[in-house]
Design a protein around this ligand. Structure first.
Ligand SMILES: [Fe+2]
Length: 258
């Protein structure tokens, strides 16, 4: 049968929508409760939804009973602070699974390349239902920063780089693409991320906002890219050896994480 997917994402797997024009008070993201999550170290997340409505970032499948990344329960204390962000996540009319604000500290291109990962958006998702993808709304005006997507983790020729000005809206099949953000600012970057269920509602939203599957991609100095590839392999090898020293064999090389 197969999953219901979005026609708008069929060609490239990502689209840029028109910028969101609505104003939102920075207090909506600065006032939220943030928690640290996973291997990204200093990155923090403020969940707006969760498995059961608690301030919790864990995958819905990591709870009892497990379920797929759909039907997120709004966190009352958070949406009281961020009602506009909740509206943005609800705007497509598509089902919302996990929804949170990310706080990312400035990093280097090589860090972003090392952080490339695929999201685990569709674990336990039932065949015949909507495939889960993600929407990104940049909240801070990070014109020099970019969302990096690669279809092949180790091949920079497959890389696209999407700029992150305030109001930019990107919909990506983040289980298909290796992705991470290179944040070149001096202050943290904030973005709203929503897991959406593919279907006619999401297609209509993408169409209404002129989803472009061939957006502008930032050009980088090839030497910067080459240097980051060397650094990527150096860090992977360093990590492998560190784990090996503890008797842990890295298999698979990097886990999916959400
Ligand atoms: Fe991700």
């Amino acid at each position: 049968m197969g999953f219901i997917t979005s026609d708008a994402l069929a060609e490239t797997g990502y689209v840029i929508l028109d910028d969101h024009s609505a104003d939102v008070d920075p207090a909506e993201w600065l006032g939220l409760e943030y928690v640290r999550w996973r291997s990204s170290g200093i990155t923090r997340f403020a969940p707006l939804t969760s498995y059961a409505g608690d301030v919790d970032c864990n995958g819905f499948w990591n709870h009892t009973p497990p379920r797929t990344d759909k039907d997120g329960v709004w966190v009352a204390s958070q949406i009281a602070i961020a009602p506009t962000l909740q509206q943005w996540a609800l705007e497509p009319g598509a089902g919302v699974g996990r929804c949170r604000v990310i706080e990312l500290q400035p990093n280097e291109y090589a860090d972003a390349v090392y952080n490339l990962h695929q999201d685990d958006n569709n674990r336990l998702n039932d065949d015949g239902t909507g495939w889960v993808v993600r929407g990104f709304f940049n909240l801070t005006d990070d014109t020099e920063s970019m969302l990096i997507l690669r279809s092949d983790r180790f091949d920079p020729a497959t890389e696209v780089r999407l700029p992150l000005r305030a109001g930019s809206r990107i919909v990506v099949d983040t289980q298909r693409f290796w992705h991470a953000v290179w944040h070149r600012g001096t202050a943290p970057r904030y973005a709203l991320i929503a897991s959406w269920t593919s279907g006619p509602e999401l297609d209509a939203y993408i169409a209404a906002h002129h989803g472009d599957p061939h957006p502008y991609t930032v050009t980088l100095d090839p030497q910067v890219v080459d240097d980051a590839q060397v650094e990527l392999h150096r860090r992977i090898e360093e990590r492998r050896k560190a784990f090996e020293a503890q008797g842990i064999v890295m298999e698979p090389p990097t886990p999916l994480y959400g």
